[in-house]
Design a protein around this ligand. Structure first.
Ligand code: FAQ
Length: 331
């Protein structure tokens, strides 16, 4: 896979002869599977790539709370409310581990948050779609967390230690998230005809955006070749997307629901499901900020940050007072 990505990627990666001595040693460590830690020497471009990816990932977790957060007050039972509340809180936690991992690379949390709010930093396209019914809570858990796990399990083995370690815990929690989503889908699919129709409608709306989460196809992915060489990406966007399709088809069959793709078909020769073309125009439109909810999501996020300013100020004042007291006691 590594060699294949390096060959087919849009950006050509440098071979060992083109690298400086430090870069060659760095690449050697990666090739031997030795983790890179925060204080180790690293090429600036490696640091930049990680800050980009980890901060985008953190922003996705934080913005990703919004579609589900809207449904906490409307969950159909106390049990479902408690489960959804715990899931949304976990997402906040994932955002915090990831911001911390990015901070080890020398960027500040304030800078990352400014970049999100100014529109400079991206977050996952998936969170720019609306959650219209309770069944969307099921579809998000099943398909969105499902895609997130497939993408994130390999990241537990990525070359940068703090990111890899953060992902171990995140992945454990994502498994619970996916199960809770699938559990909602089971309840609806086995419920009344209206409930089953609601589950089908949610699947229809979330299927294609979930496949887009894995990013552009390998032939269009600008960062893949370099990220593969650096051990950040262990599988290509298309390989992970295929895994998602293969995993989801039997799950949809078990639910008695139909995946909204007339071209979906088992290919015995490949040992995988073939699937129809992805609407990349829609994907790029959403990534550029023109999806159904982009403006609303960013506006809500900025307001939450502004509303929390007093609390951050109080925390700083408190820690400064504690530091003064400690200095006074030591004098
Ligand atoms: N949305 O060259 P590539 C979650 C951009 S967490 C928006 O292939 P790369 C948990 C990409 O940034 C979901 N932009 O890029 C949860 C690049 O632009 P740039 C988030 C996208 O980085 C569940 C350009 O397109 N997960 O769901 C997207 O090698 C439920 C070219 O693409 C992660 O962030 C997209 N979908 O591969 C929370 C995982 N895809 O930056 C709440 C870590 C691509 O050069 C509720 N990230 N772009 O300007 C990754 O694995 C990678 O960054 C990829 C993209 C695979 C997302």
């Amino acid at each position: 896979m590594y060699a294949q990505l390096v060959e087919t990627g849009l950006s050509r990666v440098r071979n060992l002869e083109e690298m400086s001595r430090e870069e060659r040693e760095f690449q050697g460590r990666i090739d031997r599977g030795v983790k890179i830690e925060a204080r180790d020497w690293m090429p600036e471009a490696y640091r930049k790539t990680l800050v980009r990816q980890i901060s985008q990932h953190a922003h996705s977790e934080i913005v990703g709370q919004l579609p589900e957060g809207n449904w906490i007050t409307r969950a159909p039972s106390l049990k479902r409310k408690a489960i959804l509340l715990a899931k949304v809180q976990d997402e906040a936690g994932h955002g915090l581990y990831l911001y911390s991992a990015a901070e080890t690379l020398g960027t500040s949390r304030d800078q990352m948050i400014d970049d999100l709010h100014s529109g400079k930093a991206k977050y996952s396209s998936i969170f720019n779609y609306p959650a219209l019914t309770w069944a969307d809570m099921g579809a998000i858990g099943w398909l969105v967390d499902g895609s997130a796990i497939i993408n994130q399990v390999p990241l537990c083995r990525c070359s940068y230690g703090p990111y890899a370690r953060a992902m171990v815990r995140v992945c454990k929690e994502e498994s619970f998230h996916q199960r809770q989503g699938y559990d909602i889908m089971i309840a609806l699919a086995k419920g009344t005809p209206e409930q089953k129709a609601m589950a089908q409608d949610a699947l229809n709306r979330w299927w294609w955006p979930s496949l887009m989460m894995f990013g552009p196809s390998d032939s269009e992915s600008v960062n893949s070749a370099q990220s593969a060489q650096w051990g950040i990406k262990l599988f290509s966007n298309d390989e992970l997307r295929q895994k998602m399709v293969d995993q989801s088809v039997p799950q949809a069959e078990f639910l008695g629901l139909t995946i909204p793709d007339p071209e979906l078909k088992w290919n015995a020769e490949r040992g995988h499901y073939d699937f129809g073309p992805i609407d990349w125009e829609e994907f790029y439109n959403v990534v550029k900020g023109h999806g159904p909810c982009n403006r609303d999501r960013l506006k809500t996020r900025i307001k939450a940050h502004e509303d929390g300013a007093w609390f951050r100020e109080a925390l700083i004042a408190h820690s400064e007072k504690k530091a003064q007291q400690a200095a006074g006691a030591a004098a």
